[in-house]
Design a binder for this molecule. Structure first.
Ligand SMILES: [Zn+2]
Length: 306
């Protein structure tokens, strides 16, 4: 009896320590996109581009600042920042390409969240912990998809719930692209979140993983209009997108940092990142890209700069 109980305790301890994958949804290498060098991207960043770009507010929400920002960072300490409930936004971006159609960056919020407390895709535990009933939905992805006359694909910045909660409003099998390793990433927290993540991904046939080369940059359509930039840290596959529009280049950084303050002060996320030091490196890389290209309009994950 004792050895059996000991074995169970050991297995539970192992599971909590090593966790499980973020999702059990199948992944396959993306056929779309070709690896490119940073010089190739840099050569066209400041040229007007063909993408019609819109930023949409999907929902307002409130989460603890301590997850969004590393409050132990010297600049956060010096600024006297303390944990509190921080108002944030959930954004979704539409990218209309003249030949390839309309793509979304991240997925917004499904109509199932209009009364978020009753959405049975979300487990009770997750709903309470993440305060989903407080979500104030402003635009559902089904309304956005209707206005766009359909969506040809979704480019995710990463697999976290607040970035995939609109996918269930899209046509089943709509291609969904993501950085490598996000679905497979193991963490103790995923023991509580994987079921919900899988249900939110239920109408995704499989996740198409960007095939980054050593440069970590992909020219998505092969015409220099939209670029995927690998920025691992927050999650292993975290991806930023650079979009060339008629009115200048847009840089969507996902949760490389969530807040306006985090971007302006170069402070990475707190424990919401799986790899804190990796987040530091990736945020510094994006800050440098913005310094080198003042024409860039930067969009942090969950707040706007103006
Ligand atoms: Zn995130």
């Amino acid at each position: 009896m004792l050895p059996t109980r000991l074995l169970a305790v050991c297995l539970l301890g192992f599971a909590l320590l090593h966790g499980c994958s973020a999702s059990s949804v199948e992944t396959r290498p993306a056929a779309l996109g070709q690896p490119a060098s940073s010089e190739e991207m840099q050569a066209v960043i400041n040229e007007p581009g063909p993408i019609v770009f819109e930023k949409h507010l999907a929902a307002n929400w409130t989460v603890p600042l301590s997850g969004l920002l590393n409050l132990e960072h010297p600049r956060a300490v010096a600024a006297g920042l303390e944990d509190h409930a921080e108002p944030i936004q959930i954004y979704v971006y539409s990218l209309r390409h003249p030949e390839h159609g309309t793509f979304l960056v991240d997925s917004g919020v499904s109509e199932k969240f209009l009364d978020a407390g009753t959405n049975d895709d979300v487990s009770f535990l997750v709903s309470q912990a993440m305060k989903f009933p407080e979500l104030d939905v402003k635009l559902t992805t089904s309304r956005l998809a209707e206005a766009e006359r359909g969506v040809n694909g979704v480019f995710l910045t990463h697999i976290h719930m607040d970035h995939i909660m609109g996918l269930s409003d899209l046509a089943p099998g709509t291609p969904v692209y993501i950085g490598p390793g996000d679905a497979a990433a193991s963490a103790g927290m995923h023991l509580a979140t994987r079921g919900t993540t899988d249900r939110l991904l239920a109408n995704v046939d499989y996740l198409r993983e960007w095939q980054f080369g050593p440069s970590g940059i992909i020219d998505i359509f092969g015409d220099g209009s939209v670029w995927a930039i690998h920025v691992p840290g927050h999650t292993p596959g975290s991806t930023a997108y650079l979009v060339r529009t008629a009115s200048g280049p847009q840089l969507l950084i996902g949760d490389a940092t969530h807040t306006r303050w985090g971007w302006e002060n170069g402070v990475e996320p707190g424990p919401y990142s799986l790899d804190g030091p990796g987040s530091v490196v990736s945020l510094a890389k994006l800050k440098q890209l913005a310094l080198d290209n003042p024409s860039l309009t930067v969009h942090p994950g969950h707040q706007s700069l103006e």
